[in-house]
Ligand binder design. Structure first.
Ligand SMILES: [Zn+2]
Length: 337
């Protein structure tokens, strides 16, 4: 919906951001809208839990493994998000931090769009990123669970090389183009090698939208201390993932909070964010079964001594800082390396 125009300086509610939901896939599969009450991150659950900025992920499954099929799925999901934006008064497709502030001031939910895996732009290539960005793409993940022509995935490290493969030439071009446009680079699912290479090459902060810490549970999808440090030093954020396989055995609110404490210990409180993976067919932890339960995590962190400022950061201010920095760095020429 066209938002009510209010100055961007108008104070609104604090942003409560979820950096990764697979809700578009579920909406298309089930033929429902964001107001469907059974979605883990539908409007009702978000209202209950306080989420007011949500990354709606366009996820092209691996199979059928053709660039045409991936592009068609991205199109289908993007169109669904756009149709919900038009259909529902309570949500806005946000393309900038200013759009988010306007949506929040109007009491609406801001939807950001991301593609999970650069195979989703295989057909249009790096040159096609600009058109997607114009349409409202704000973030892009380098890979999903398999390596693509841009980067290595944590899902399939070659035998004898647990770090996995890094960026290809096309991947380096993608990093540079995302930097130029102000698109946020997301290294969740990328191999350790691709994560570090992206972190070092990018001249803007990067994020891991939905990843936990190896320091709490060693898992291919979780981040090494080196990766956490690099993302933090760049000014990026890491979204806590709620999937029990990544959280660890006996996954519950306390165990998710252990990951938050660990990320804070290694990277500082400013690196911590939230990327639930809701509606992604995850095994949810006890006490975090849908977006309505997220306040349970805030209560646990508060109990552990996180300050109000630190909590506001995790809830959304950290990501909004990162996103603005990516946009501020856009257009700067890339230093040769
Ligand atoms: Zn994922």
């Amino acid at each position: 919906m066209a938002p009510t125009i209010v100055p961007s300086t108008t104070p609104g509610p604090d942003p409560h951001v979820d950096l990764h939901t697979d809700t578009p896939t579920q909406m298309v599969r089930k033929g429902v809208g964001l107001d469907d009450p059974d979605l883990e991150s539908g409007l009702a659950a978000m209202h209950k839990g306080g989420t007011n900025v949500v990354v709606e992920v366009l996820w092209p499954p691996k199979d059928p493994a053709t660039p045409d099929a991936w592009a068609a799925q991205v199109e289908r999901l993007f169109a669904k998000v756009e149709s919900e934006d038009k259909r529902l008064e309570a949500v806005e497709l946000a393309k900038s931090p200013a759009d988010v502030r306007r949506a929040l001031a109007a009491g609406h939910v801001a939807m950001l769009v991301s593609i999970e895996g650069a195979h989703g732009i295989d057909k249009v290539g790096v040159a096609g990123l600009a058109a997607l960005h114009d349409r409202g793409l704000s973030l892009i993940g380098l890979t999903w669970t398999f390596s693509n022509r841009f980067a290595g995935s944590s899902g399939d490290p070659p035998a004898g090389n647990p770090e996995g493969t890094g960026l290809t030439d096309a991947g380096r071009d993608l990093v540079d183009e995302a930097n130029r446009l102000g698109v946020v680079l997301d290294v969740s699912h990328a191999s350790d090698a691709a994560t570090l290479e992206t972190c070092q090459r990018s001249h803007a902060p990067i994020i891991a939208s939905h990843s936990d810490a190896d320091g709490v549970r060693v898992q291919a999808r979780n981040l090494s201390d080196e990766a956490i440090r690099c993302i933090a030093q760049k000014g990026g954020v890491i979204g806590l993932n709620f999937h029990s396989t990544f959280v660890g055995s006996g996954a519950d609110v306390a165990k998710v909070a252990d990951h938050a404490d660990y990320l804070k210990k290694i990277g500082g409180a400013g690196v911590v964010a939230l990327g639930s993976d809701f509606d992604g067919l995850i095994k949810t932890p006890e006490g975090l079964t849908d977006a309505g339960d997220i306040p349970n995590l805030w209560a646990e962190l508060k109990r552990r001594g996180w300050t109000e400022d630190e909590l506001r950061g995790v809830q959304g201010a950290n990501f909004m800082r990162t996103w603005q920095a990516v946009i501020d760095a856009a257009g700067e020429p890339h230093a040769p390396r």
